[in-house]
Structure formats: C-alpha cells, structure tokens
Design a protein around this ligand. Structure first.
Ligand code: ZN
Length: 357
C-alpha cells in the first residue's frame, strides 16, 4: 500500500535517479562483465520509492523484489542518491552470482554482511568514488577491534585494500573475486583463491589480508598502489567532503624501568594496535611478552622506526611457549614501536607486557 510519504513529486529527482541507476548498470555490465539480476519472466528491474523505516537509504531484497529507495532521505539528502543507486543495484549483481539464490543457506543470521553490505558499499566507491554514509569508510579505522566479520557496511575499506593489492598485480579485484565466489558462495575462499598467485610476501588468506589491512591502515596506505598512487584519489561522503580516516590506536610513552601492562579481549578477525614512543638517548633493548588464552589464535606484529625513517618489521620471535612472543635489541635511534595484535578466534583474551631496558 503506497502512503503519501512515499511519493517523489519532483520529476527531476526521478529522472536523476534513473540516470544514476542506468550509469551504474552500464558500469557493472561493462567493467565486471556481470549484468545485475533480473528475475526470469521479467525484462526490467522494478524501482520504487518508499518512506523506508530506520534510516535505511534503500533496500534490494528479496532477489526477485524491486529496488526500494527511501523517498524521505532522497529529498532531504541529495548527496546519497548516486551512491545509494550504485549500492542497491550492486545487490542485484550479487544475486546474479548466486547470493540469496543458489548459495547454501547461512547458518547464522547476518553472517555474510561483511560480504553483502561490504562489497555493495565498495561498489559505491568503485562506481562513483563516494559513499552514502561516511561511516562505511571510517568505522573499521575507529574500531579495528570490532571484528571484520561483524562489520557489515563498515568492512568497505578492507575490500578496497583487497582491490588495491590485486590491482598492484595488474588484476581487477572486484571482477576476480566475483568470478570466484560464483561457484562457492564462500567469500573467504574466494579471497584466498584470488590471492594465490600474488607475489611473494603477499597475504594468502582472509586472516593475513585483515592483518595486512590493519598495518596499511596504520600508515594510511590502505589504498596505495605499488606505484605510490592512490587507487581512489578521493572518497566523498554525502556532504561532498573527502573522507580521510585515521586508525585509532592505544598510545603510550615507554619509560625505562617501567613495564606497560595491558589485558584485553579481542573478537574474531579483530585487531588492537599499540604505539609506543621510545626515548632515543641510548640503545634500546625492547622486551615484549604477549600471553594469549589457550586455543586462541593470534598474530603479533612488531614494527619500529628509527627517527623519521620508514617503519620496519622487527623480528619478534616466538618464545618457547607457543602463546608468547618476545623480541630484543632495536637499532640505535629507534623512536617508535608499534604492536599489531590480530585475533582469529572468538573471545581471544591476551595480556601484553612491554618494557625497554
Ligand atoms: Zn545494502
């Protein structure tokens, strides 16, 4: 039943929206080689305006249903139109490769949102270099500990990082990924297959990819190509402002003779990042122990920088205890040490001790 609030009276807005959808359709078909899904026995995708609840900008499910666009927000926030059109139409591209149609049913509700909403939001960036909500870009930077698999729309920069890595190898990451996920419906597996023939030292699976994303995010290089250019020169929010996310880290000044201690809990596919300043008046012996809950799987990455030089990976050696790491002797002049803890299992608790001597 249509309500008065559903209507868009301005024919110019309707025509503009049609242009955005047609342009996105053309781009997906040409660049990805995948036409958005249209139900058999239909010739077109139906598009309707509704006064949708809960601030949703649009909706595109079930697969056979119409694309629904939020008439109220459409009028109030012109900056969302182009990105939302690209986003909702990309859900139809997902249906074309089997999502919600031929893939096995998901056991957990919402379990694939990091794929479905993440890649549809990534498509906004890919298609029009903007997103309908700046949080889609900034959320994972503000909360690296939230967990990629819980992140939904917020997983967008992770997908851009994935695309950046593949682009560096001369491949189209979006196209590559969609071709691989078509048969399996398993995003992690499709990522692993796409990464398989990248150069040595590249991440090989979704876990290593998340770790490499966090590291790239720390240095603001999550979308920097091997040539030094940015994959997307700018990503704009609905207010036409460029979004420049900064990774939120735990910062602390290390003092000789004092141990920094921290105990915390991490979600699956989540990270905590610590940054320490180090006094540069003498050579630095750096002691780090990270004890993690038995059966929890973690990665610990230690980075250091001499003065204003490039960050380097410090050799953090695993101690005899498989749940601990330690490292020592950083070069003279080391002024900064960072620790990236990435957890791959649920409710991974850890304690971290860091000290200089
Ligand atoms: Zn969506």
């Amino acid at each position: 039943m249509r309500k008065p609030g559903d209507a868009i009276e301005d024919a110019g807005i309707v025509a503009e929206t049609a242009d955005h959808l047609e342009e996105a359709y053309r781009r997906y078909e040409e660049a990805l080689g995948i036409a958005p899904y249209i139900p058999t026995n239909r010739e077109r995708i139906e598009v309707v305006f509704y006064d949708l609840p809960n601030g949703a900008r649009g909706a595109a499910s079930p697969p056979d249903g119409p694309i629904q666009l939020n008439s109220r927000l459409w009028k109030a926030m012109p900056g969302i139109r182009q990105a939302t059109a690209a986003h909702e139409l990309f859900h139809k591209v997902q249906y074309a490769v089997g999502f919600r149609r031929s893939w096995p049913e998901f056991k957990e509700n919402d379990v694939l949102k990091w794929f479905s909403e993440g890649t549809a939001s990534w498509a906004e960036v890919r298609c029009v270099s903007r997103v309908s909500d700046a949080n889609k870009i900034s959320e994972l930077f503000a909360r690296p500990d939230y967990g990629l698999f819980r992140a939904s729309y917020g997983s967008t920069p992770f997908w851009i990082h994935f695309e950046t890595l593949l682009k560096g190898a001369g491949r189209d990451g979006v196209k590559d990924f969609l071709e691989r996920i078509r048969d399996t419906g398993d995003p992690a597996k499709a990522i692993e297959e796409a990464l398989a023939d990248l150069p040595d030292g590249s991440p090989r699976n979704v876990e290593a990819l998340y770790q490499s994303f966090v590291r790239a995010a720390l240095f603001g290089r999550w979308q920097t190509l091997t040539t030094g250019e940015l994959l997307y020169a700018s990503v704009f929010g609905p207010d036409d402002k460029s979004i420049e996310p900064t990774l939120i880290t735990e910062r602390h000044d290390l003092v000789r003779g004092q141990t920094y201690k921290r105990a915390d809990l991490l979600e699956r596919m989540a990270a905590d990042v610590y940054e320490f300043t180090v006094p540069t008046d003498a050579p630095v012996g750096f002691r780090l122990t990270v004890a993690v809950k038995p059966n929890a799987r973690f990665d610990v990455q230690v980075l250091h920088r001499v003065k204003d030089g490039e960050p380097q990976t410090a050799s953090a050696e695993r101690s005899g205890d498989t749940h601990g790491w330690s490292s020592a002797k950083l070069p003279e002049g080391t002024s900064w040490v960072a620790i990236i803890l990435t957890c791959y299992t649920r409710n991974g608790s850890y304690t971290l001790n860091a000290a200089i001597e």
